[in-house]
Design a protein around this ligand. Structure first.
Ligand code: SF4
Ligand code: MSK
Length: 673
């Protein structure tokens, strides 16, 4: 009886307003369709469940069972001494710093463990223990081998000869694997940073010993009763973040490029509309490209095409979500169907015959949505499974990767006939040019003989380009989908700031049509538009997936090397941003940007606001230490202008605030001289 009574008063959950939830029309259509069909998505949950205000500010500690200890800020702010303490006496600064560095540990672990898996497959390929993976890009291998101390030549009878490529690949793989857990020495890739930055890290004592150790040490230091000094905690966070950006992530990018090919610009479509009603639609989602590489290869074989046709389809349409999408896009032109917040929505079309997920950013609710349709949801990674009974697990192994891929594709083809009649695929698609990287930017700017970042620097010096911004990161269901990213980026390019992007932010830009050279004439200031038109590049350059943020670090390093803009990354008129961040990986990325010398602004909320002294440390004091610092600006236009103000500050320091074109001296000018 009591239960019945309860049921009567229970309120029906509210539904999200599709138009207030996203700026993307295809997504609005799918959110409304899900609601009509009674399928719950993250957008509806977000209007029914509010976040904890204390947790959001970073001042809740649950590191032991005497807590959770919650330290809300007094209503009128803090006057005088901050007397807030947890049961053990931990201050708000300690609690917020512990939480923050644990987020760095989570993010660095995710990127770096991804890198380790790639290294394992790379080692198998180098030793020829697998037929499915091969070393594809030997030029790239030769470029990066010296950074791990791998010789590319050998001396025979006093003569220097090229070393056997397979031998180089094996040694590179072994040395790379050692970077995760070697007992002594320091992260070898740290020396890829500009020399003044490396020296700065050395002086501060933050060069990682190896990738894993710094992450483990964070977990130790943040255990109850260990490190209780927010500055010392952040020092360890810095080591782990450098180990991510200049270690695990950079190694992942390099080894993926060597095995699967270094990306070069290509054209593809984007958004949910890439799915085809008369094709078997297979969506790959997550981050690790190793299995998806095989799925792409298998889907192109005549046998598989025949198999799809035998099931009544006209072919196989592959699409992607999140960073597996970006990986398949940048090397094969596979179109992304959406970013993080669109993962449920592609299933809501009723046309997704299989969704194949690997690791990271995969919502557990996919299983509940898939249950409402015919979609086969397939997990593939031993560390990332789901409890729901409609989820199929096909564990990927590099020794039978092609077999796994064929099995998955056949399962999708077999499922084609199980689609209901009610299929709705939104029409929206957008064209994009993706697949930029450190190498291709060089080529675009200078051609094959004189490829260099000099042209970019020159255009920054003459003021056509005001500066650069790395705008990356996720979507966040607490913010209007894609709105923060797009509004902010449009404001940047309008003010002649060129944008480098990765991850879900890149997919948002593609969907909005910002990844085409033609968009420059529509959205950019006159200077940036002129450069884009002359060189034939979009004003927003897609550099890949989340681990590929390492490409942005290296692009900045190239700008330093090209000269004219100072001696270190912190001298450049450049900034970083994640307007709609949500994952721990974003915090790790943000921190390695900051300690590499980049002013980095996050949108939404940072879990630092509840501990003002700690926040001041990483927002202000870090500038003196590393040249870069954190910031948080919620409004996207103000966010863009915070970046522009920083760029202008750097331009002034470089003496290029009164920009002018280089003028060829004519005879009269020479005489006057
Ligand atoms: Fe509370 Fe201290 Fe335990 Fe954290 S470690 S939950 S602040 S008693
Ligand atoms: S996928 S970490 S939601 S960018 Fe790399 Fe997107 Fe953020 Fe995941």
């Amino acid at each position: 009886m009591a239960e019945e009574k309860k049921a009567k008063v229970a309120k029906a959950p509210k539904l999200a307003d599709p138009i207030a939830s996203t700026i993307d029309i295809a997504s609005q259509e799918m959110i409304a369709r899900a609601q009509t069909l009674g399928v719950e998505t993250i957008f509806d949950r977000a209007v029914n469940m509010k976040p904890c205000a204390i947790g959001m500010q970073g001042i809740c500690c649950k590191n032991c069972s005497m807590g959770p200890c919650r330290l809300p800020l007094p209503k009128d702010g803090i006057e005088g001494e901050d007397t807030r303490k947890g049961l053990c006496g931990a201050t708000a600064n300690t609690i917020a710093a512990r939480n923050f560095v644990r987020m760095i540990a989570g993010g660095a672990a995710a990127h770096s463990d991804h890198g380790r898996s790639v290294a394992e497959v790379f080692l198998s390929a180098a030793k020829k223990h697998t037929d499915d993976y091969k070393i594809k890009d030997y030029d790239r291998l030769l470029d990066v081998a010296p950074y791990l101390g791998v010789a590319t030549t050998v001396e025979v009878d006093g003569e220097e000869l090229d070393r056997d490529l397979d031998e180089i690949a094996v040694e590179f793989a072994e040395k790379a694997m050692a970077e995760w857990g070697k007992p002594e020495g320091e992260l070898l890739y740290a020396k890829r940073a500009p020399a003044p930055l490396y020296e700065k890290w050395k002086k501060a004592g933050v060069i990682p010993r190896n990738i894993d150790r710094e992450i483990v040490e964070i977990m130790h230091r943040t255990h109850m009763g260990v490190d209780q000094d927010y500055k010392n905690l952040m020092k360890q966070g810095t080591r782990a973040a450098i180990g991510d950006g200049w270690g695990g992530s950079m190694l992942a990018t390099d080894m993926q490029d060597i095995m699967f090919g270094t990306p070069y610009p290509l054209q593809a479509e984007s958004n949910i509309g890439i799915m085809k009603e008369d094709h078997v639609n297979v969506i790959v989602h997550g981050h690790e490209p190793v299995l998806s590489e095989m799925i792409v290869a298998a889907a192109q074989t005549p046998e598989m095409l025949e198999y799809a046709k035998s099931m009544g389809a006209n072919g196989i349409q592959l699409g992607g979500i999140c960073c597996t999408a970006n990986e398949m896009l940048q090397r094969h032109g596979v179109p992304p169907a959406g970013n993080f917040l669109q993962q449920e929505l592609v299933i809501v079309t009723g046309a997704c015959d299989a969704m194949v997920v690997d690791i990271q950013c995969v919502m557990q609710n996919l299983a509940n949505v898939a249950k409402c349709f015919h979609t086969k949801l397939i997990t593939t990674h031993p560390i990332a499974r789901m409890e729901q009974d409609n989820v199929i697990h096909i564990e990927f192994d590099e020794h039978h990767a092609m077999e796994d891929a064929i099995r998955i594709l056949k399962m999708a083809c077999d499922n084609f006939k199980n689609r209901g009649a009610d299929v709705v695929i939104p029409k929206q698609t957008a064209t994009q040019i993706a697949g930029f990287g450190v190498e291709s930017i060089k080529y675009h700017l200078g051609g094959s003989f004189r490829g260099d970042y000099y042209t970019l620097n020159d255009n920054i010096i003459n003021g056509r380009i005001r500066g650069g911004a790395g705008v990356v990161g996720c979507n966040n269901a607490r913010q209007k989908h894609n709105d923060g990213c797009i509004t902010m980026i449009k404001e940047l390019i309008k003010n002649d700031v060129i944008v480098l992007t990765t991850g879900c932010n890149a997919i948002a830009c593609a969907t909005e049509g910002l990844l085409t050279p033609e968009s420059a004439a529509v959205h950019c200031g006159a200077g940036l538009a002129e450069v884009c038109e002359t060189v034939g590049i979009p004003p927003v350059l897609h550099l890949g997936s989340c681990v590929d943020n390492s490409r942005i670090l290296l692009a900045l390093t190239e700008m330093v090397k090209a000269g004219g803009l100072g001696n270190d990354i912190c001298d450049l008129p450049a900034a970083g941003s994640a307007p709609e961040w949500m994952s721990e990986k974003a915090i790790s990325i943000g921190h390695y940007f900051v300690v590499s010398g980049v002013y980095t602004v996050f949108g939404g909320m940072l879990p630092t606001t509840g501990a003002p002294v700690f926040q001041n440390h990483i927002f202000k004091e870090y500038e003196d230490k590393y040249g870069g610092m954190w910031d948080m600006v919620v409004d996207p236009i103000e966010h863009a202008h915070a970046i522009i103000a920083h760029i202008d500050k750097k331009r002034k320091a470089l003496g290029i605030d009164k920009a002018r074109d280089r003028v060829m001296m004519d005879f009269a000018a020479r005489q006057a001289l």
